[in-house]
Design a protein around this ligand. Sequence first.
Ligand code: ACO
Length: 426
Amino acid sequence: MTDKRARLTVDGLEAPIDLAIHSSSVGPDVIDVSGLTKKGYFTYDPGFMSTAPCESKITYIDGGKGVLLHRGYPIDQLAEHSDYMEVCYLLLNGELPTDAQKKAFSDAVMANAKVDPSVANLIKSFARDAHPMAIMGSAINALAAVYNNDIDISKEEDRLQTAYRLIGQVPTLAAMAYKHSKGEAFIEPDASLSYAENFLHMTFGKAGEKPNVKPVLAKAVDRLFILHADHEQNASTSTVRLSGSSGTNPFAAIAAGVATLWGPAHGGANEAVLNMLDEVGSVENIDKYVAKAKDKADPFRLMGFGHRVYKNFDPRAKVMKVACDEVLVELGKEDEPLLDIAKRLEKIALEDDYFIQKKLYPNVDFYSGIIMKAMEIPTEMFTVMFTLGRAVGWYSHWNEMVSAPYKIGRPRQLYTGYTQRDYPQK
Ligand code: ACO
């Protein structure tokens, strides 16, 4: 709390409403409007453009400057020096681990990577062409059936066990969803591999064959997971917090986050980017699609451009762009026609007045789609990859919320419907 106060003058009220101001450690201070209801008012903020629904110590974003910090550490430094297991530990615990802490964490995650047969059977019951995000949401929700009676969310050790199970099993579920779509046998997790290697082995390996994962791919996937690990109160994380605020099973709350992430305005954008590039088809058509994106009468948007918070280059996109260039060279794919369209589109959009004025920069999904395409990850698995990385962020926010006193999330509304009227007599 600061000494500063805000005063809200409302026509018809005798005295201004006095509002406390909370100070952030960095970033804008926050006016506390929670007491307004006692004065007979709600605040109106569609899309939560100006609303901070919670206090958090996990991630800080300055969208104007293009800054993203996890527990204070800049994302580019984490992407360069850290790995995903370490970033998970950092998000969960607030500090970087010692070598021994990191090993113990990683071992516990891998020890929990096996999935209950009931969930494996559920995955097998889906149509082969079911979207893997639908399977992921259902499978994570099914973990709530497996882990319900033995979870007391008020106990720290139960919550920690939930983290191990979630982070351990999400890659296994993702690999199963992929294998099921191909009609191939599931592959058991291999605890001797790194987190990213294990995922790639379970997904693209063959049952009964030795793991054979290209180090360049494992490194790229690990970095992809780091870049997606958390992003403060985005739509899916806010969903997990809101859902979890009812005291529901954590896996059920996280399944709600998966549903939100799937949408093309959020995590589904990476898949939408590739579909858009396919639709554009050739560099000759780029101008036409840029014109469509600028036309107010046309609902078409350039997927992978723009962000609610970043009005500058998305710092994750900067790292992803470098990684993307490296991976394309290492895989000998710099000249792929689709990637050529992407690069030209990026250049044109960055130089176009419409995009400059509206501050629409390429976001992380623009480059992650391209990188995953180069790695031959199927397009419909793109948002699943985002889910894998983000699982730790969802968990960390849920855990932060339930570790302290919290209220059920219950927004209000500006009601503009009918006033009371009588049921017509026949
Ligand atoms: N292409 C063309 N115009 C755009 C785009 C775009 N990608 N994004 C925003 N605009 C325009 C809007 O038409 C609007 O114009 P107006 O002011 O003339 O009406 C203006 O820019 C502001 O757009 P809003 O939709 O109001 O911005 P908001 O913050 O609500 O939305 C969002 C952000 C959803 C990301 C939007 O930019 C978008 O739809 N982008 C494409 C989808 C995408 O890439 N999503 C991934 C987000 S990153 C992530 O989830 C990891």
